[in-house]
Write a protein that binds this ligand. Sequence first.
Ligand code: HEM
Length: 322
Amino acid sequence: MGLSRALWFSAAVVAVLAAVAGAQLSPAFYNATCPALPSVVRRGMARAVRREPRMGASILRLFFHDCFVNGCDASVLLDDVPGNFTGEKNAGPNANSLRGYEVIDAIKAQVEASCKATVSCADILALAARDAVSLLGGPNWTVPLGRRDARLTSQDAANTNLPPPDASLSSLLSRFSAKGLDARDLTALSGAHTVGQARCVVFRSHIYNDTTVNATFATDLRASVCPATGGDGNLAPLDPQAPNAFDNGYFRDLIARRVLLRSDQELYGAAGNGTTDALVRAYAANATAFAADFAAAMVRLGNLSPPAGKSGEVRLNCRRVN
Ligand code: HEM
């Protein structure tokens, strides 16, 4: 076989393997059919974050919760239909917690106005999450596109797949590994907790019962926002120093043991894993290294695809199947 034939052959093998793996996403997917897409999404996110900076954090989390349940297929956006369909919105980790659905609706309406029935809700969410991070001062990256929207999902899948706030390090590692994501991805992606808020009900046990939390930090929170009983919905910032700035402050909080979630503190100082400790120290010391690893891990998170055989659709309304 001549060199050019050999090259052609290996390129063809790579293309076939990519197709089999379902990894056909491409940043150019809508170049011909919806060239305005990136600017429409960017404008919608800029408006939402200007109105309420926390919305950047909420959209980023929405994307994570979408991708971790049967891949990034906008399944999380489907409304329940009483007596007929129970989706993910009322699963334990999502109910009274996930937010930003209206922002995606508004962007979808804008996208439909210029590119009818062309762009999936899953792709809009992937672009919106990228814009959320960069609008809050974090890294930018190129988003591969071409996802399809799910026609079905289940509340059970959300309850089983999404990690709980009391997860141990080994549980976090195995949940991420089940998605093909390693300790570096877990640590970098957890850096998303440098923005946004959490409710007392999810961090109460950490600040009352754990010995791994800074005592002054815990005492202050107990007195100010999170009583031993009641006040479940009271909010505190995940990174108190700069709740709306996408920086590496979260990793310094971990080293100082001043974080809200037990699952977060597990990344640093938990028995038995030096890997995440070393990554936390590296990201705390080097904002550029964190930004680069976070962006790369977001692309990998965004590559999680629905199980084979699910072809999906381009939903017209993100809240229901066509
Ligand atoms: C590693 C396992 C993770 C666990 C156990 C976890 C858990 C949580 C919990 C319990 C909250 C507070 C929810 C509430 O009180 O209503 C939260 C908030 C948040 N999470 Fe995570 N999370 C994890 C990973 C991630 C990842 C990978 C991302 C994104 C890449 C992310 C992004 C966020 C954001 C931005 C918020 C704040 C949302 C807002 O203010 O609306 N989380 N997370």
